[in-house]
Ligand binder design. Structure first.
Ligand code: SAH
Ligand code: SF4
Ligand code: F3S
Length: 455
């Protein structure tokens, strides 16, 4: 809608002090989803309210991801497409946040001059000042890793109702330095939020209707936050404290590193009622030579032993992972070892990626494997993972699960929710409300979801 009439009314609304509109597009991991919510809140204090319609926006923020090559290219492509909007509305502010902002910094403004604001993931609490500077026609950029903690400086949340499932970031950054990965550079060193802050935020979410919380961190199982008595607490101890919150029914966490799967965390999967039986535990490769060159500091064998211990604690747990194929030096035999590991574990779900060389990471110096071979390996690994996913889904048929309903389905009377195993479950003729948790019998399986009937 860019006809003259709507523009005039938009102008009039702004002059009358009506809220400005903010459009945020989020790429990448769940931590970016969480950050986008926090940025919307920070800018709420500046008179912005969210819009789903980019054409209505007074500010457009792209919250970006830098993990693979195409991710950054997509951002530049998307920025190019904003040109007509900016031409039609010169007051429109365009900002780039997230990991591309951190990695590229000023380069973004050089390559795409229509950008007014660049803000790195650790500086979101400074958005109001940055917005003010950009509002006066300046270029605003902040990619520091400030001393102060962004979480403590973000404005208090409005007490609006929330969807029943929420993310809560408890840990940020990473000290692992896998040879392929940009995260330690874009998100900085590993930091854990204090226990009380996490519990306070969780209670606040529950008061606003949240029943399931997913604890987030690039390396979430390395969590080591301080409690009120100054003691360092593990992720398992944090989960046990969350387990005490009335009204919170489900707890999940992601993403974990195999080396940080401590005994207390493994045990909690068998004993903590609210901790859901799903674990995303990326292994990347099944070849010890490649794992070593990736600087993963675990072997295929040590990973399999961790899986064994988790399954001993919680036999029905659904396992998920990430894989990279075509990492420098990966031979056919290395790749076969990865397929072998997959067969041995049997995943319910997994992500696989073709290696993408990231400037500034150690592996970027190394020779690439043949592109055709890498593509073929990606197709093969995906075929195997899809087959396993289908088998695991098919085995659910006839079983009873508990489903938390999150939204209406496409068909009349249908509701869609998640089982404890994180399967999407569609239930027809369903009187349940959003947020209800009900027992459901699984009656069918499709590509990426299950069908169920209320019991
Ligand atoms: N902190 C998490 C997530 C890291 S990013 C972890 O440690 O697992 C998510 C996934 O992206 C990684 O697990 C990895 O499989 C993939 N990835 C990261 N860097 C990559 C690169 N340069 N090329 C291809 N895939 C990559
Ligand atoms: Fe990246 Fe490795 Fe850290 Fe995960 S553990 S964020 S893959 S460096
Ligand atoms: Fe991407 Fe940054 Fe997350 S690179 S995966 S948005 S931590």
């Amino acid at each position: 809608m860019s006809d003259l009439k709507s523009e005039q009314s938009g102008q009039a609304a702004r002059e009358a002090g009506a809220p400005k509109k903010l459009f945020i597009k989020t790429y990448g991991c769940q931590m970016n989803v969480y950050d986008s919510e926090r940025m919307a809140e920070a800018l709420g204090g500046q008179g912005y309210e969210p819009t789903e319609d980019m054409a209505q926006a007074d500010m457009i923020l792209l919250n970006t991801c830098h993990i693979r090559e195409k991710a950054a290219e997509k951002v530049y492509h998307e920025l190019g497409r904003l040109r007509p909007l900016k031409d039609a509305k010169p007051d429109l502010k365009i900002g780039v946040a997230g990991c591309v902002a951190q990695a590229e910094g000023e380069e973004i403004m050089r390559r795409q001059p229509l950008v007014d604001l660049v803000v790195g993931p650790q500086s979101y609490h400074r958005l109001p000042q940055l917005e003010a500077k950009a509002g006066k026609g300046g270029k605003a950029i902040d990619t520091d890793f400030p001393e102060e903690d962004k979480f403590e400086h973000l404005v208090a949340r409005p007490k609006a109702r929330r969807a029943p499932a929420a993310f809560l970031t408890v840990q940020e950054g990473c000290d692992k330095f896998c040879a392929f990965c940009v995260v330690p550079y874009t998100r900085g060193a590993e930091v854990s939020r204090p226990v009380d802050r996490v519990l306070g935020e969780a209670r606040d979410l529950v008061e606003r209707g949240v029943r399931e919380i997913t604890l987030l961190g690039q390396n979430v199982n390395a969590y080591h936050g301080e409690d009120a008595k100054g003691r360092t607490r593990t992720l398992a101890q944090l989960i046990w404290a969350l387990n005490e919150i009335d009204g919170l029914e489900r707890i999940r966490f992601t993403t974990s590193h195999p080396n940080d799967m401590s005994e207390d965390l493994i045990e909690a999967h068998g004993t903590c009622a609210k901790l859901m039986p799903y674990l995303h535990l990326p292994v990347q490769s099944g070849s010890d030579h490649i794992l070593k060159r990736m600087n993963r500091s675990h072997t295929a064998e040590s990973y399999l032993r961790v899986i064994e211990r988790i399954r001993a604690a919680r036999p029905d747990i659904l396992l998920s992972s990430d894989f990279i194929v075509g990492f420098p030096e990966e031979s056919d035999a290395d790749f076969e070892a990865t397929l072998e590991l997959i067969r041995e574990v049997r995943y319910g779900q997994a992500y696989s990626f073709k290696y993408s060389s990231r400037p500034g990471t150690p592996a970027a110096e190394r020779a690439l494997v043949d592109e055709g071979a890498a593509s073929e390996r990606l197709a093969r690994i995906q075929a195997l993972l899809t087959e396993q996913q289908r088998e695991v889904q098919d085995e659910m048929i006839g079983r009873e699960v508990s489903v938390m309903f999150e939204r209406k389905g496409r068909h009349e009377g249908q509701m869609v929710g998640k089982s404890e195993y994180l399967h999407a479950v569609h239930v027809g003729d369903n009187p349940a409300q959003v947020g209800d948790i009900r027992r459901v019998r699984i009656i069918g399986s499709t590509t990426n979801s299950l069908r169920g009937a209320l019991i």
